[in-house]
Design a protein. Structure first.
Length: 328
């Protein structure tokens, strides 16, 4: 897993090449909304792009992580099915429902049943490299989502420059990123981490949490500011020596959210001394997001080693899939 994580900057470059060779048919008619369907490592890209593009996209973006397709799907819907393996049962089920609603389908996968369906029915298909854990291929899947959004006029070509800048930044800062990841590992080892991020970076905080779950085998939680100011903030009432708090600092926070985050710090420090800033580098929100994804992916692998676990092992998920295979 560590080798795959280390290759993230190169993955960012490769995904641009994949996009340049991909062909998508024009949208047939008016594009009214986007549904991105995917789960786990295949689906987190949908959450991230929905947040990063919400101020630019002229249409609403809905991220679907269920067996069913939303009722509002229709002929004006771009339905993006994301499944790295191509066999994610929830995504295939939602796609089957979406097909009955005359949606425009684009599939992003490495193969499996999703690729077979796309070829059989003539759907647009973008193939990404296969044979790796889905969570280690976010650069490939997220990059194709940005390409699709750009192709259908939802975002500008600026993302390509930001994407390249991010790859340059990660390669240039690799030594420092590892040092920061090692420091974060030491800070949160043996704790229950809670990640607080400004709205707009919730997808990033979920990704960090997921990587700590799957790679480091750690329980953790993530919440968003300002929403958590209206509920979870009140729960900080007792000493919590085993909880650590990670504050995501993008450097481009809305000024009132920045003030809220500092207030949260003051409150939380009364109950735990394990409060840490995780600062992003980069010019744009996309660059900052990719930077922190790489840093925390590395940290999750380092934590797995420190805790004595194999970062690649996901036996319990495989057991779940086997138990579900017995159902009709």
């Amino acid at each position: 897993m560590k080798e795959l994580v280390n290759s993230f900057p190169q993955q960012l470059r490769e995904t641009l090449e994949i996009s340049r060779s991909a062909t998508l048919a024009p949208f047939p008619g008016k594009l009214g909304q986007v549904i991105i369907c995917g789960l786990g490592g295949s689906g987190i890209g949908g959450s991230i792009i929905a947040e990063l593009t919400k101020k630019e996209s002229p249409v609403p973006i809905y991220v679907n992580k269920d067996y069913s397709c939303p009722a509002f799907a229709n002929a004006e819907t771009l339905f993006i099915a994301c499944s790295y393996s191509g066999n994610t049962e929830e995504t295939l089920s939602a796609l089957a429902e979406a097909e009955q609603k005359n949606v425009k389908v684009v599939a992003v996968t490495s193969g499996g049943k999703l690729a077979e369906i796309a070829r059989e029915k003539g759907y647009d298909l973008i193939l990404i490299p296969s044979g790796m854990p889905p969570r280690s291929c976010l650069g490939y899947s997220l990059g194709q989502l940005f390409f699709i959004f750009n192709r259908y006029g939802l975002i500008s070509n600026e993302y390509q420059l930001e994407w390249t800048r991010a790859a340059d930044l990660l390669e240039r800062e690799q030594k420092w990123i590892y040092q920061a990841a090692e420091k974060l590992t030491e800070q949160i080892h043996g704790t229950f981490p809670i990640i607080y991020a400004e709205s707009g970076f919730e997808g990033l905080s979920v990704r960090i949490c997921q990587q700590l779950n799957e790679n480091a085998k750690m329980l953790c939680s993530n919440r968003v500011i300002p929403e958590m100011n209206h509920n979870e903030l009140v729960a900080w009432r007792e000493q919590q020596p085993n909880i650590s708090v990670i504050l995501i600092k993008s450097g481009i926070e809305y000024y009132r959210n920045s003030a809220r985050m500092e207030f949260v710090r003051e409150v939380v420090l009364q109950y735990t001394d394990k409060v840490f800033d995780l600062e992003a580098k980069g010019h744009s929100a996309l660059e900052k997001t990719l930077y922190l994804i790489h840093l925390t992916d590395i940290a999750s692998c380092l934590l797995a080693e420190k805790r004595g676990f194999d970062a690649s092992e996901i036996n319990v998920i495989n057991q779940l899939k086997n138990s579900l295979s017995d159902l009709a």
